[in-house]
Design a protein around this ligand. Sequence first.
Ligand code: NAD
Ligand code: ZN
Length: 379
Amino acid sequence: MLAMNYRGPKRVRIDQKPIPEILHPEDAIVRVVRSCICGSDLHLYNGNVPDTRVGSTFGHEFVGIVEEIGSDVHKLKVGDKVIVPFNISCGRCAFCKQELYGNCHESNSQATAVGAIFGYSHTAGGYNGGQAEYVRVPYADVGPTIIPEGMDWDDAVLLTDVVPTGYQAAEMAGIQKGDTVVIFGAGPIGIMAARCSWLFGAGRVIIIDKEDYRLEFARNYSQCEAYNFMDMEDPVVFVKKTTDWMGADVCIDAVGAEAAGNVLQTITGRKLLLQAGSATALHWAINSVKKGGIVSIVGVYGPTDNLVPIGNVVNKGITIRANQASVKRLLPRLIDHVQNGIIKPKQLITHRVPLEEVADAYRMFSEKLDNCIKPVLIP
Ligand code: NAD
Ligand code: ZN
């Protein structure tokens, strides 16, 4: 089969690989119909995630058709069309039982903090991902969810990660009626978090990024205010000024580790810069939220990005909430929202690319070429 193949930082290509086989009675094999590239894949692509092994196939956002099932799979049958959550969850450990499906204790034998994720390095279990024609799906009775009648593949594929993560970012922020929400990062996740903030009663939603085309997209899609931090002396002062010097009620970090590198290149000389490896957007979030406010982090960090201004967290009495999205927990209500037209996921898809052109797709998404918001690979 054709599959994306990681060769080292910023080097991916398409290759022939063996079709995956059932290795455990609870596995299924899914034939991939749509597979996205995510901002999280850029951390791997840029070499920021430890133990990302050459030869691995990325891809944790995919939907497809069940091709084969193991002898212990009872809820799926061959031919079912499924949404596969990006988390690999056993469904029976202490964390899964609390619906913390992103923190499964059994799926990741590496025993690090994170539960397993498709195509996300050996620190997240070492499973191959769905940027391929076929993928092995462990614990197939737990995660995969039948795509309801009438929902198309494009909406479905964004329910594997983007919609639940954006929604959970807003949920973790504990938004109260009328709150001012400031979101750092206008990628697909930040844009979806902005859209979902209204569902929780926000009174004002502000998104901050450096890409004008993404800000324009967010303004239209999420109906929010959108500002370019390259036009600001200091984003923290900007947020304070626009909130009567109180600070935002809640801030969301939808940037993660990449911010450090990006910001280093773009704003050196403007005195905004912290330090290589530090989490710029997270600093801005902590420093611009009000005293007693909440900072919700869905941005992904590697082990080197730990230089947070913890003193300000203590002095301001800030609550920090963070997690991998618990996709399975959120799917029933988000499927409803999509079917009722409250969330329209597929409008985020700007590019549909044949799987064969995976290298070009990574470059386009990574370098923000051709006004790319969300690319989908089609095997
Ligand atoms: P993306 O790379 O498309 O978007 C990130 C955006 O942040 C870009 O538009 C970039 O210009 C902007 N940016 C860079 N530095 C910034 C700064 N200092 N302030 C404001 N904006 C800045 O990524 P995405 O797909 O939208 O994902 C966003 C983050 O969410 C990533 O870190 C990703 O790994 C993470 N993520 C987490 C989960 C989860 O479950 N927690 C799930 C999916 C994605
Ligand atoms: Zn993702």
